[in-house]
Structure formats: C-alpha cells, structure tokens
Design a protein around this ligand. Structure first.
Ligand SMILES: [Zn+2]
Length: 309
C-alpha cells in the first residue's frame, strides 16, 4: 500500500462530495466492520473495504456525522501494529439502540443494546412466564419501552429470542416445549404488534434463542473472525444448536435447521417432552446436571425481585 499523502486538488468541496458518493455504498459495510470490531483503525477499514484512503476517510467522517461511530482525532499506533499510525475507530456509545427481549423457561427480560453489541440498560428479570404468549411479550415490550423513556435513547428495531424453533418467514414458535405456550404461537406477529403499539420505531424480529446466541458469538464473541461457527448451548432448560456458515446463519428452507436438542444420545434415558426418550435436551441440560448432582433447582421468585433463599 502506498504511503503517500492524499493529493489535494483544487475544488476540495466538490472532490469530497464525489468521494462520498462513491463511498456511500460502503457506509453499511463500514459500519458493520466497526460494529463487529473488525476495523479498529481507519487503515484497517481502508484495507477491508478495498477503497482509497480518501474514500475510507470520507466514509468514516460520514458515519461519525451520523452519530454512529467515533474517529479518534489524533492518529496513534495500535498495540503490536507494524504499520504507520492510524486513526482509531469505535462505535458511538451514544448511538442508536435496539430493544432486545428474551424469554426462557424460568422468566423473561428486556434490554437496550447499542452498537458493538453493548448492553445499555436491562430490566430486572421477571421469573414467571404466563401460558399466554401475548401477556409475556406485551410485558417484555412494555418493560423495554420504559427503558427507552428513561434513557431517552433512539431505537431502530426490536428482536425477540425464544426457546423454540421459529419458522421463517412467518415467525411461528413450533415447539415451545419448556413454556406452556401453544404449539405454533405466532410470536413474531404478536411481538411486532406490541412493539408498534408501544411506539417503538423499526422492524421487529423473532428468532430461536440459540440462533441469536450463535450470531452474537460470531459477530462479537468466541467466533469473531471465524468463517463458520457451530454453537451448541444450554441456558436454563433444554439444549439447542445453531450453525453459522460463511458469516450467515444456516436456517434451512423454513428456519428449522439444526434443532439438535432432540437427537437421541441415550436410548435408555429420561423421557423427553417431545415424546421420545434420552434426547440431548433432557440428558445434558442444567436440570439434568442439577439432578445428577443431587441438587434441587432453585425456587421461583416473583417479578422484579431477587431470588431468595
Ligand atoms: Zn426430545
């Protein structure tokens, strides 16, 4: 790469505008690179986008003007870097957020999450899940909307994670085995309606919780920088799996790929809620671990309070 300074022809304003027009298509990819920590400096951003330094500079300046990233005004050498000093880039901590809601076997909660996957605010966990999904999702969205009011943050969308396979694109919860919800509950539609009713802007999505976790690990956690990622996870009850291939979630044709929880791992094992026996879901989840260790699962606590002994 050339180490020469950018040429500064006459008509600087026009030239900057032309650069930005050329770079406008790079705004989304550039934000994603900073959001996922893959472009910590303007030099890396330039290389990753495959554009000139001038274009990368214009793109970074535009993202900063939009309140999405911050560009360190003084270039400094990155630790361990061999190259010339470059301006450090980071997400804008005061930038937009999304409303995130999660439902699991032992409760639900809402949070505001900013760029970089940083949690801005969370509600206390509510530790009772009603059998009516509309009540649970309504309460989670109301709690999230309350966080938005209190923090004054700009919200650009909402996401819901549930412990069930979720069909695509219609968003039905096909097997909410650890909740008392009806099979096929239209969780995406219910959630989107509550989000609109709460006055929250932007699109609303509903996904399987382990799919969401796999994407988060690929973008911000253990899988960062890897092309593919296999995630098998358990949180409260059951075991789920997800696969990221070439940076994208592999969901199959209807959103149901890699539901590993009901693979039989012990034909003589415990009965499973799916009607089978010895599934990974009941042989290797936290309840199985506690039972094997001779411990009782903790008591349920009411909403907005800490579990008591
Ligand atoms: Zn099963």
């Amino acid at each position: 790469m050339s180490g020469k300074a950018d040429p500064r022809p006459a008509g600087e304003g026009t030239t900057s505008r032309a650069r930005l027009d050329r770079g406008r298509g790079a705004l989304g990819p550039a934000l994603e690179l900073v959001h996922t920590g893959r472009a910590p400096t303007r030099a890396v951003l330039t290389a990753e986008l495959g554009v000139t330094r001038a274009t990368a500079g214009a793109v970074a300046a535009e993202l900063e003007a939009l309140g999405l990233i911050r560009v360190d005004a003084r270039p400094g050498a990155a630790a361990g870097s061999q190259g010339r000093p470059s301006h450090r880039l980071d997400v804008d901590e005061d930038g937009p957020v999304v409303l995130a809601a999660q439902v699991h076997a032992d409760g639900f909660r809402a949070a505001l999450v900013g760029l970089g996957g940083r949690i801005v605010a969370t509600t206390p966990s509510c530790e009772a899940v009603d059998a009516d999904p509309a009540k649970v999702l309504g309460a989670a969205v109301d709690a999230g909307a309350d966080l938005l009011r209190r923090t004054g943050r700009h919200c650009v969308g909402a996401g819901l994670a549930v412990p069930s396979a979720v069909t695509a694109p219609d968003g039905l919860a096909l097997n909410p085995l650890h909740l008392a919800w009806p099979v096929g509950a239209p969780v995406r539609e219910i959630f989107a309606e509550r989000v609109r009713a709460a006055g929250v802007d932007g699109p609303a999505f509903a996904v399987n919780d382990v799919n969401a976790a796999a994407l988060a690990e690929h973008r911000h956690g253990a899988g960062r920088g890897a092309r593919d990622l296999l995630c098998v996870a358990t949180g409260h009850r059951g075991v789920g799996g997800a696969l990221v291939l070439d940076g994208r979630l592999h969901t199959g044709s209807s959103g149901l790929a890699l539901e590993v929880g009901h693979l039989t791992v012990n034909p003589e094992g415990r009965p499973c809620h799916c009607g089978s026996r010895g599934c990974l879901d009941v042989e290797a989840d936290p309840l199985a671990l506690l039972t094997t260790a001779g411990r009782e699962p903790g008591p349920r606590a009411p909403c907005s309070s800490r579990p008591t002994n």
